[in-house]
Design a protein around this ligand. Structure first.
Ligand SMILES: NC(=O)c1ccc[n+]([C@@H]2O[C@H](COP(=O)([O-])OP(=O)(O)OC[C@H]3O[C@@H](n4cnc5c(N)ncnc54)[C@H](O)[C@@H]3O)[C@@H](O)[C@H]2O)c1
Ligand SMILES: O=C(O)CC[C@@H](O)C(=O)O
Length: 528
C-alpha cells in the first residue's frame, strides 16, 4: 500500500503507517495543487489536515485511491461527492480535537472580555497603558451557542463554570440533552436577541453561511461579543467589520476566515478589538497526537479490509457489531446479485425487508452489501461507498424496512424488485443456524434451499413428469455436473420452480434446447 501524507500530521501517526508491513509512506507537506496531482498517481490512500484540497481532479488522478483520511473534523477540503462516486472512503477523526478547540474558543472569549492581547502589545512596545485596558466579567452574562455538538457542548460547560447563562440554537439538539446540560434550547432569533456573547460551532454549508450577518447584528444587543472557531463565513466578515466599526459589536475573536490564509490587507487585521488566530483550534500537542494516530489507525484498518470507522460516506460499524454481521454480508451480496438477474431489465425499485432476530443488529452495512451485490454485474468498480449513488443514477429507488411479521425462519432477509411494468420478483435468504451458512430459502415465496455461490439454473415449468430427467440429460450432453438441486411444486397452479446448482454456465446450444421444451415456461442462468 502506498500512503501519501500530504499535510503534517503527528509523527506517531506517520510512524504507525511506516510500521505496517508492505506499506510505503510518502511525506509531502506544503505541496502545490499541481504537485499533489502528480504525487497521487499511484497512491492507495491520502492523509490530510485542512491545507491539502482533495478535489475531484485529485480523485480522478488517483486510480488506486481507496481511502482519504482527515486528521480532524471538517472535511470541507475534500470533494466528498467525487470520492463517493469513485467508491473512495472518506473518514475523519471526530472528537480528537474537541477539547483543544473548545479551550481556544474560551480563550478568545476571555480575550474579548479582558483586553489581554492589546495590553500585551502595548507592554511589548515599551508602554504601560493601565487605564486603557479595563475589561468586563463573564459572570452573569448570557452566551448563545449556535451549533451544540461536541465543541459547542464543551464550551457550554466552561461558560457555566464561569457563571454564564447558556442558550443554544441547534435544530438537532433534543430537549432531554439541553435539560441534562442545564442550558436552554432556543430559536436562532432568541440567541441573537438575548445573548451578550455568541459563538458558532457548526459546519459551513448553505444553511449556516452568513448565519451571523447584517440582519443578525441589527437584531442583537449593543456591545455584542462574537466568536468563530468553527469555519470562516458562518459569521459574515464584511458585516462583522461594519458592526465592529459602528460599535455594535464590542469585541470579536476569530480563528477561521472566509479565505485562508487571511489576506494580508484584510481590514480585520486593523480592528483593535478583534483578536485573530491563524486556524489554531486543533493545534495542541494532545489534539494533534490524538487525531494523527487515530487517522493512521483507522486508515490502515480500512485498507486492510477491516472495520471502517468514522467514515463520512458509508456506514461505520464498530468491530463487535461488524463481527456479528459478517456472515450476513455474503448472504446479502448474493441476494442482491440473484434478484438483479432474476428481476430482468428496467428495475425501478429495490425493497429490502428484515425479519426476526436480524432486526436487532445494525443492518446498514448489510443493506449496502445487498445494493453492491445488485450492481455487481451491471456497474464496474462498485463498493459499499458508491453503491447507493450508482443505484440513484440508474433510477432505482431503494427502500429498507424491518418487519415483526412471523416467518418460518428465526430471521429472514427478503429482497424484492419491481420493474417499470409493475412486475415484482422476490428472493428470501437466511443463515442456517448451526454453521451460519447462507441459503436462499424462497423465490417469489416458493420454498427452496439453495447455496449462495456459483452458477444457478432457475426454472419455471409445468408440473409434469420428465423435466428433471430432461435437464439432467441436456446438461450432461454439455458436460455440466449438477452439484445440487432444489424444487418447489405449486400443485394448485400446476407448475414447479426448481434451481439447479451447476459447475459451469450452460452453452447457448443447451440453453436453446431448454427454451425449446414445451413444458418449460421460462428459465434464467444466474451467476453469483
Ligand atoms: N478551528 C479549528 O481548528 C477547528 C477544530 C475542530 C473543529 N472545527 C470545526 O468546528 C465545527 C464544530 O465541530 P464539532 O466537532 O463540534 O462538530 P459536531 O458535528 O459535533 O457539531 C456540529 C453541530 O452543528 C449542528 N448544526 C448543523 N447544522 C446546523 C444549523 N444549520 N444550525 C445550527 N446548528 C447546526 C449539528 O446539529 C451539530 O450538533 C466544525 O465546523 C468543525 O470543522 C474547527
Ligand atoms: O487540522 C487542523 O489544524 C484544523 C482542524 C479543524 O479545522 C477541524 O475541522 O478539525
Amino acid at each position: 500500500m502506498k500512503i501519501l501524507v500530504a499535510d503534517k500530521i503527528s509523527p506517531k501517526g506517520v510512524d504507525f503507517f511506516k510500521a505496517q508491513q508492505g506499506y510505503t509512506v510518502v511525506e509531502a507537506y506544503g505541496s502545490s495543487p499541481e504537485q499533489i496531482l502528480e504525487l497521487v498517481k499511484d497512491v492507495d490512500a491520502i492523509a490530510v489536515r485542512s491545507e491539502t484540497k482533495v478535489t475531484a481532479e485529485v480523485v480522478a488522478a488517483a486510480p488506486n485511491l481507496k481511502v482519504v483520511g482527515r486528521a480532524g473534523v471538517g472535511v470541507d477540503n475534500i470533494d466528498i461527492d467525487a470520492a463517493t462516486e469513485r467508491g473512495v472512503i472518506v473518514m475523519n477523526t471526530p472528537g480528537g480535537n474537541t477539547i483543544a478547540t473548545a479551550e481556544l474558543t474560551f480563550t478568545h472569549m476571555l480575550c474579548g472580555t479582558r483586553p489581554i492581547a492589546q495590553a500585551n502589545a502595548t507592554m511589548k512596545g515599551g508602554g504601560w497603558g493601565r487605564k486603557q485596558y479595563s475589561g468586563f466579567e463573564l459572570m452573569g452574562k448570557t452566551l448563545g451557542i449556535c451549533g451544540f455538538g461536541r465543541i459547542g457542548a464543551e464550551v457550554a460547560k466552561r461558560a457555566q463554570a464561569f457563571g454564564m447563562t447558556v442558550l443554544a440554537y441547534d435544530p438537532f439538539l433534543t430537549d432531554a440533552r439541553a435539560q441534562s446540560m442545564g442550558i436552554s434550547k432556543v430559536t436562532l432569533d432568541d440567541v441573537i436577541a438575548q445573548s451578550d456573547y455568541i459563538t458558532v460551532h457548526m459546519p459551513l454549508n448553505d444553511e449556516t453561511r452568513g448565519m451571523i450577518g447584517k440582519d443578525a447584528f441589527a437584531k442583537a444587543k449593543d456591545g455584542l461579543r462574537v466568536f468563530n472557531c468553527a469555519r470562516g463565513g458562518i459569521i459574515d466578515e464584511a458585516a462583522l467589520i461594519e458592526a465592529v466599526q459602528s460599535g455594535k459589536v464590542a469585541a470579536a475573536g476569530l480563528d477561521v476566515y472566509e479565505g485562508e490564509p487571511l489576506a494580508e490587507d484584510s481590514p480585520l487585521r486593523k480592528l483593535d478589538n478583534v483578536v485573530l488566530t491563524p486556524h489554531l483550534g486543533a493545534s495542541t500537542a494532545e489534539a494533534q497526537e490524538s487525531v494523527g494516530v487515530e487517522v493512521a489507525e483507522q486508515m490502515v484498518e480500512a485498507l486492510n479490509g477491516g472495520t471502517v470507522r468514522n467514515a463520512i460516506n458509508m456506514p461505520s460499524v464498530d468491530a463487535k457489531a461488524l463481527e456479528a454481521l459478517k456472515p450476513y454480508l455474503s448472504l446479502g451480496e448474493a441476494l442482491g446479485t440473484f434478484i438483479q438477474q432474476l428481476g430482468g431489465e428496467c428495475i425501478e425499485s429495490l425493497k429490502i425487508t428484515y425479519f426476526g432476530k436480524i432486526t436487532e443488529l445494525d443492518t446498514l452495512p448489510l443493506s449496502r452489501a445487498i445494493q453492491r451485490g445488485f450492481l455487481k454485474h451491471i456497474v464496474e468498480q462498485v463498493n459499499d461507498v458508491n453503491a447507493p449513488k450508482k443505484l440513484e443514477e440508474l433510477g432505482v429507488k431503494v427502500e429498507t424496512t424491518s418487519s415483526n411479521t412471523d416467518t418460518s425462519y428465526q430471521e429472514l432477509v427478503e429482497v424484492q424488485t419491481i420493474d417499470a411494468t409493475g412486475k415484482s420478483r422476490t428472493v428470501g435468504g437466511t443463515l442456517f443456524t448451526r454453521r451460519q451458512e447462507p441459503r436462499i430459502v424462497h423465490i417469489d415465496h416458493h420454498g427452496l434451499e439453495v447455496n449462495t455461490s456459483g452458477t444457478l439454473l432457475v426454472l419455471k415449468n409445468q408440473d409434469v413428469p420428465g423435466i428433471i430427467g430432461f435437464i439432467g440429460t441436456v446438461l450432461s450432453e454439455d458436460g455440466i455436473n449438477i452439484a445440487n438441486m432444489s424444487l418447489s411444486r405449486d400443485q394448485g397452479e400446476g407448475f414447479a420452480i426448481s434451481v439447479y446448482e451447476l459447475d459451469s454456465v450452460p452453452s447457448e446450444t443447451t440453453q436453446s434446447k431448454i427454451t425449446g421444451h414445451k413444458d418449460i415456461e421460462k428459465f434464467r442462468v444466474i451467476e453469483l
